[in-house]
Design a protein around this ligand. Structure first.
Ligand code: 3HC
Length: 329
């Protein structure tokens, strides 16, 4: 890799000397951006590939629960907005796969990791969308949580990831607003619509809090990711910020947060909340959520059914390469 200052040991394995690691950390501490062609510790590269590829998987799998409602949107305008949002999510996934590829992993390898179950995607997408209010709750809560988690990533130390996040965050804001608008319409609609909005909040509130990851004391990556400027704010801090912003929005809707221990703490200036069910989190992460199997089957089918498109595109690219090579002779 250009600029790669690793020293090759007798067995040919690149060594990372203490001086190199210290120089790298000094760059991070000086808030420099690390670019693809610059030296980086193998573990820095590895954890970025892990996080960015799983972020991309989440965007792509996240299209499924909402896609379920395109043909059942209540109006043509609602359908157009939902279609635009879903297309955005697909674009976010491609953006993030491209950012991960700059670290040396291929698209095919990342897709294999997802389809084999070796890679994760966000647990939130393993919950079903039962009615139109769920589409509102996803935009309001899931995209709202995504914005909270992704804005700090615009300052990530790895250049391509930080730059990808700037455009993604702008589009997430539209996603959150359209979701909240659906919730406003339903909460101010008929009693049955308000009941549906409350039911959607009841079902998506706790899974949305799990999007921020395990508590800081249980997070295995946070300490190193924060040292390397990948994670700028801790899981618990972002979760708390999301709760503090979202509770007043629920109050405006006239809906209640499904947490009987939620209460405003004047002294800290934050809402105190009840315990998160980490057993449920671990169950869903390990593949035993309501929709895990359905989501993975849909992704595997899409990949298999799309094989001919990939083959045609690759054959066309090879033909063009051959023609260019002949023309150059
Ligand atoms: N679902 C699935 N896995 C999760 C998770 C969740 N909600 N939260 C954490 N995990 C996993 C981590 O990936 C890690 O497992 P791994 O080692 O196999 O990758 C493990 O739990 C420990 O968690 P850590 O907090 O130690 O891991 P991280 O430091 O990576 O923090 C994170 C987790 C906050 C999700 C971080 O990876 C991150 O910020 N990722 C980028 C944002 C992202 O992926 N968001 C997911 C939703 S995307 C989305 O919402 C799209 C929007 O358009 C709707």
């Amino acid at each position: 890799m250009a600029g790669d200052k690793t020293t090759a040991a007798p067995d040919g394995v690149a060594q990372e000397t203490d001086e190199m690691l210290a120089a790298f950390q000094a760059r991070i501490d000086a808030d420099e951006r690390i670019e693809p062609d610059e030296w980086m510790p193998a573990q820095y590269r590895k954890t970025l590939i892990r996080q960015i590829s799983q972020h991309a998987h989440s965007e792509i799998v996240g299209m499924l629960p909402e896609g379920n409602w395109v043909t059942r949107a209540p109006t043509l305008q609602a359908k157009a907005i939902l279609l635009a949002k879903i297309q955005d999510e697909g674009g976010h996934g491609l953006y993030l796969y491209a950012a991960a590829e700059t670290l040396g992993i291929s698209r095919a390898e990342m897709i294999d990791q997802l389809l084999s179950g070796a890679a994760k995607y966000s647990t939130i997408f393993n919950y079903p969308t039962l009615n139109w209010a769920d589409i509102g709750a996803i935009g309001w809560l899931v995209d709202g949580a995504a914005i909270m988690n992704q804005v700090p990533l615009c300052r990530c130390s790895y250049g391509p990831y930080a730059r990808a996040m700037i455009r993604i965050c702008k589009e997430e804001s539209f996603h959150q607003r359209q979701g909240y608008e659906i919730m406003v319409k339903m909460a101010q609609g008929t009693p049955e619509q308000k009941r549906m909005a409350q039911d959607a909040l009841n079902r998506f509130w706790w899974p949305a809090l799990m999007m921020f990851g395990p508590s800081d004391k249980d997070s295995k990556h946070s300490a190193q990711s924060m040292k390397w400027g990948i994670k700028r704010v801790s899981n618990d801090e972002l979760r708390q910020k999301f709760i503090d912003v979202t509770v007043p929005q629920a109050e405006y809707l006239g809906l209640s947060i499904p947490d009987d221990q939620l209460e405003w703490d004047e002294e800290s200036g934050h809402y105190r909340h009840g315990p998160i069910d980490w057993d449920e989190f671990r169950r869903v992460v390990s593949g035993d959520g309501i929709c895990n199997r359905e989501r993975m089957e849909a992704r595997r089918n899409a990949h298999e059914n799309g094989a001919w498109v990939r083959e045609a595109a690759l054959a066309y690219a090879e033909k063009r390469r051959q023609r260019a090579a002949q023309a150059a002779e």
